[in-house]
Design a protein. Structure first.
Length: 162
């Protein structure tokens, strides 16, 4: 293929510039200012996610075909809600509420968390309490903590200097 076919037309390149990193050694990475409580909550979320995914992998055969897809959808909502929270997105609370609705719905529909109650008595109550507390904490971050520091002040890259 000819190299000229791979280049963008001049008017398109001028109207829609593509920014690139010229000096990777001095590139300022994405690092939003976050509170210590957000860091601590992120570690709690990571630990819970690790435990839930470990349960999925350890009991995949027992969970079965339709259950593993529902579990996978829950993990998707969990990771997405967690990512939105870490990115300091104002919609993090909405995604956390959705994650919790799916989690409580699973416990209600299946009568427990995919058989975990057989090995860990009381785990369903612990998970329900977590699913109630988690959106409240995400809401606190979205409504109060994220407003303390201005997200627009976060430097992703000096786009105008590249």
């Amino acid at each position: 293929m000819c190299l000229s076919l791979l280049q963008r037309p001049g008017d398109v390149a001028e109207k829609y510039p593509v920014y690139k990193i010229d000096d990777v050694y001095h590139f300022e990475k994405y690092n939003p200012a976050s509170s210590k409580f957000l860091y601590a909550w992120s570690w709690v979320q990571t630990a819970i996610l690790l435990l839930l995914v470990s349960w999925l992998f350890g009991n995949l055969a027992a969970i079965g075909s339709p259950g593993m897809f529902i579990y996978g959808a829950f993990v998707f909502f969990y990771v997405y809600a967690f990512t939105e929270l870490m990115d300091r997105n104002k919609y993090a609370m909405m995604w956390d509420v959705l994650k919790s609705i799916v989690g409580i719905g699973v416990i209600y529909y299946y009568g427990g968390w995919f058989g975990a109650g057989n090995y860990l008595p009381g785990i369903n109550i612990v998970l329900i309490v977590y699913f109630i507390i988690s959106p409240l904490i995400a809401g606190w971050f979205a409504l109060y903590d994220f407003r303390k520091t201005d997200v627009s002040a976060v430097k992703v890259a000096a786009v105008h200097n590249i």
